[in-house]
Design a protein around this ligand. Structure first.
Ligand code: PMP
Length: 389
């Protein structure tokens, strides 16, 4: 008998994904590329800001290329502690704790605050990192329909567990819509539950000077609200954070596995995030500029009025969305292409992200490319993706 290829099943899956228009390519950026970026999360245009780069370089030279250990051993520098207090101060929280990524912050916060004796109630639109956090929590998990506060209330009302944790994104990453935070908080208060809000797409965009949606709706500093954040979008660096009551911070240091067993955030990323925060504090108008540019993008594409940096142009079929994204790229525009499982079946889309630093020349390129590409990309079940009026 000949030798058998133990990985042949991967070819079958790859072929099936390609046939369904669901294959994924890694599109490497190359130096000197002139593509206009409508795909990144660099909402405030700070990833290459000279002050941010200088702050990263200074931290790199002062502390080294890596943090050298886990946070509890050698991976905490004075720079980490400064970033934690600056982030907490910015969003109006009592304390901050930095993780190696936003993903790790969500896994760490949820698993440490939930457990077998807790109920976790999670919005159906929550980010994959919160979905995975639910799976790791060992709690009973109720997934409620998107933005359905009544469903959250009834899940909490019928609970038998001692504690409860309600999870939501503040700005949902695929559609860019906002969570009903005030109503969710009222329900949580009534039932003694903690509300955990992932502000990955909220910080830098929503709220006064980019302080986030929790701040905007007046919930900053509430002890029963836990904010998680990423440093990789508006804050132009890499890493994550939990911004919350001091007791939450202490508990996470003692018990959050993604904090304890992961190497501390690299010093350059800590420095970059601090640099970005300094620029944002000095230039708070950057946050409003993101929303202005998002509105411009919506006008060009006929998408609904945006509430965040995210503008989704739904095309339906995954192959149609993929082909449209490639056509944009060939014409000088880098756009996101979201297909299942990132979004529900039938809602494959171009996902455009606004940036505060898009210029008038960028906007002219964007308008002409999107008008051309979308006029030939006929969405499933609709006649055209471009507005006809
Ligand atoms: N939450 C949300 C809503 C996100 O969009 C992301 C990143 N895509 C994360 C968490 C994870 O953050 P990070 O990339 O820093 O791991």
């Amino acid at each position: 008998m000949g030798e058998r290829d133990a990985l042949s099943w991967l070819d079958d899956i790859a072929d099936a994904r390609r046939a369904a228009g669901l294959h994924r390519d890694l599109l490497a950026r190359t130096p000197g590329s002139s593509l206009v970026d409508l795909a990144s999360n660099d909402y405030l245009g700070l990833a290459r800001h000279p002050e941010v780069l200088d702050a990263a370089a200074t931290a790199l030279r002062r502390w080294g290329a890596g943090s050298t250990g886990s946070r509890l051993v050698t991976g905490t520098t004075a720079e980490h502690e400064l970033l934690e207090s600056e982030l907490a101060d910015f969003v109006g929280a009592e304390s901050g704790l930095v993780f190696a990524s936003g993903y790790a912050a969500n896994l760490g916060a949820v698993t440490a605050l939930a457990g077998r004796d807790a109920l976790v109630v999670s919005d159906a639109g929550c980010h994959a990192s919160l979905v995975d956090a639910c799976r790791l929590s060992r709690s009973r998990v109720v997934v409620t329909p998107h933005a359905d506060v009544d469903a959250v209330a009834s899940a909490l009302a019928s609970r038998t567990e001692a504690r409860a944790l309600v999870l939501t994104d503040s700005v949902f990453s695929a559609d860019g819509d906002l969570a009903p935070l005030s109503a969710l908080h009222r329900v949580c208060r009534e039932h003694g539950a903690v509300l955990l809000v992932d502000e990955a797409h909220g910080i830098g965009v929503r709220g006064e000077g980019g302080r986030g949606l929790v701040h905007e709706v007046g919930l900053a500093g509430q002890p029963d609200v836990v904010v998680t954040a990423t440093l990789s979008k508006s804050l132009a660096a890499q890493g994550g954070a939990v911004l919350a009551d001091r007791r939450v911070r202490t508990h996470l240091i003692d018990t959050a596995r993604t904090f304890i067993f992961d190497t501390g955030l690299a010093p350059a990323a800590v420095g970059a995030a601090r640099g970005a925060l300094t620029v944002l504090r000095r230039e708070p108008e950057r946050a409003a500029a993101v929303l202005d540019r998002a509105r411009d993008l919506a006008r060009v594409t006929g998408a609904a009025e945006p509430e965040s940096a995210v503008v989704s142009v739904i095309l339906g079929d995954p192959q149609v969305a993929y082909d449209a994204s490639i056509a944009c790229r060939e014409r000088g525009l880098h756009v996101g292409c979201f297909r299942p499982p990132s979004v529900p079946e039938g809602t494959s889309r171009l996902r455009l992200t606004a940036r505060a630093d898009l210029t008038a020349a960028d906007m002219a390129t964007i308008a002409s490319v999107l008008t051309e590409v979308l006029s030939s990309a006929v969405p499933t079940g609709a006649s055209s993706a471009v507005p006809t009026d």
